[in-house]
Design a protein around this ligand. Structure first.
Ligand code: 4AD
Ligand code: MG
Length: 467
């Protein structure tokens, strides 16, 4: 076969220099046609769209033609021609075809219309479907949006450790990291495991958040963000929880809670606008296939300003709903950690736009949040989104050394592990704020997918670590 430089299908479909000989490589999505002429839909992942390859059967070897089956990988040289029937501007009249990889009939993606549940069981192949091609291209584009947003604002991308000895959220949901022989653990007299001879000389885990180290950086570099994997051993099998997810955590010196809310709102809107501008084909596909309200929802988020409401006011709204007969599965009262049904009621039914809920009871929030004068609440903020519930969690941080120590004591957090964090409050402390955006929660919103397992390539959930 003549060697011609490969053109990606996304570029081929834009070209109008009909008559040129081009080369494309990709995987067969479908093959149909008559005894004389066949039409192959070829996809190379560069776009949701396929290029149509027209094959005049008389010009090709029969044995080779037999191997052009769904899933096979081809290299095609052919003439770029104007298309009438393929739904695209250009198609390719095949001159030479090479089978790079045949594909037998056990290939599970023969037919269209597999359920998302089934596709999860073949997560190693699902990127070859239209749906997951679209989702993973959008995922990439959202990562670019995030880096672009913060870079343009002068934030420093700061890498926080994945292995850590501190539990930032204090929720005890950490996966341990050890090289110890689990069948032969040394224990002290009280029965506690001795970690002195473990790899790090102490108990270590996978991080649940880069925030504490992010604060070290923000109080030096001014404004930073992290973007990395986080791990939570929470045994919650929901469509919104993963054991391994990616989080973006900006942290900014001198920002108060209002600045923090402004940043969060601007940030999410930037990402949504980016998706509409840069992923139009993929978003439209998902809109048409799964969620007819997707594009409208994305556009409407951009137009509205988010509601900003204190937790106490939010509880009143929910209590009024209950009084009027609305049924929630979980009870509503001041002090409760809101369930997703409560969050979604506020967003979807009451305000009908995103809500930033602030000033939560201190008992349900982490130790590092700035304490309000009322002695009961902390300067927390959760951003609540339609269909998702909590998409961002953040706060202004307690900058006062003594108040922070008090809270650490109240919550029985082992002080000896916190000395380095406390140093920020001893050496030139300053007001500062930050938040964490769950990357996959953002992707749920932008793709319209309903299950978080379908927006990360290889989901990690309770009892599932395949692939
Ligand atoms: O609210 P969270 O627990 O906040 C923190 O970790 C703070 N340290 C962040 C900060 O202030 N720098 O988590 C932040 C976000 C949540 O709002 C949610 O979007 C996402 O992380 N998240 C999860 N996403 C998927 N699966 C899980 N198990 C998640 N847990 C939290
Ligand atoms: Mg939270």
């Amino acid at each position: 076969m003549e060697k011609i430089g490969r053109t990606k299908i996304v570029d081929v479909l834009k070209r109008e220099d009909f008559g040129t000989i081009v080369n494309v490589k990709g995987w067969v999505r479908t093959r149909r046609g008559s005894k004389q002429v066949n039409f192959i839909a070829l996809n190379d992942g560069s776009t949701i769209n396929n290029v149509q390859v027209v094959v005049d059967l008389a010009n090709f070897d029969e044995d080779m033609l037999k191997d052009i089956t769904t899933g096979a990988c081809l290299s095609v040289n052919g003439e770029l021609t104007e298309s009438v029937g393929s739904g695209q501007k250009a198609e390719i009249q095949a001159r030479e075809i090479e089978i790079l990889g045949a594909c037998d009939n056990t290939y599970p993606l023969q037919k269209k219309g597999h359920t998302l549940e089934f596709l999860r069981e073949i997560a190693h192949l699902r990127p070859r479907t239209n749906t997951f091609g679209a989702v993973f291209r959008i995922r990439h584009n959202m990562a670019m949006a995030i880096h672009t947003f913060f870079h343009q604002k002068g934030f420093v991308y700061f890498h926080t450790p994945i292995i850590t000895a501190s539990d930032c959220e204090g929720a005890g949901q950490m996966f341990q990291v050890t090289t110890k022989n689990l069948y032969d653990l040394k224990r002290d007299e009280a029965g506690s495991i001795i970690y002195d001879d473990d790899f790090f000389g102490k108990q270590a885990s996978l991080t649940v958040s880069g925030q504490l180290e992010g604060e070290l950086a923000a109080t030096a570099l001014g404004a930073i963000y992290t973007f990395g994997p986080t791990f939570r051993a929470e045994n919650s099998n929901t469509p919104r929880h993963l054991a391994e997810f990616w989080m973006i955590e900006p942290e900014v010196a001198f920002n108060d809670i209002t600045d923090n809310m402004d940043l969060a709102e601007e940030f999410i809107k930037f990402c949504v606008q980016w998706a509409l501008d840069n992923c139009a084909d993929d978003v439209k596909f998902l809109n048409d296939m799964f969620d007819k309200g997707l594009i409208e929802r994305l556009q409407s988020i951009l137009k509205e300003s988010f509601v900003r409401l204190a937790y106490t006011e939010g509880i009143k709204v929910l209590e009024e709903a209950v009084a009027k007969g609305h049924k929630f599965e979980f009870p509503v009262y001041w002090g409760v950690d809101l369930a997703s049904e409560h969050e979604r009621y506020l967003v979807e039914e009451h305000f009908k736009r995103p809500v930033i809920l602030t000033d939560y009871p201190k008992e349900i929030k982490a130790f590092y949040m700035k304490q309000n004068e009322d002695g009961k609440t902390v300067r927390a903020m959760d951003v609540l989104f339609p269909k998702i519930g909590e998409i961002i969690g953040g706060s202004e941080r307690e900058a006062d050394y003594d108040k922070l120590i008090n809270r650490i004591n109240e919550m029985h957090i082992p002080m000896k592990d916190m000395w380095w964090y406390l140093d920020t409050r001893r050496f030139g402390t300053c007001p500062h704020s930050g938040f964490g955006l769950g990357f996959e929660r953002l992707l749920l919103f932008v793709t319209g997918m309903a299950n978080i397992r379908d927006v990360i390539p290889f989901p990690r959930t309770p009892r599932n670590a395949e692939f």
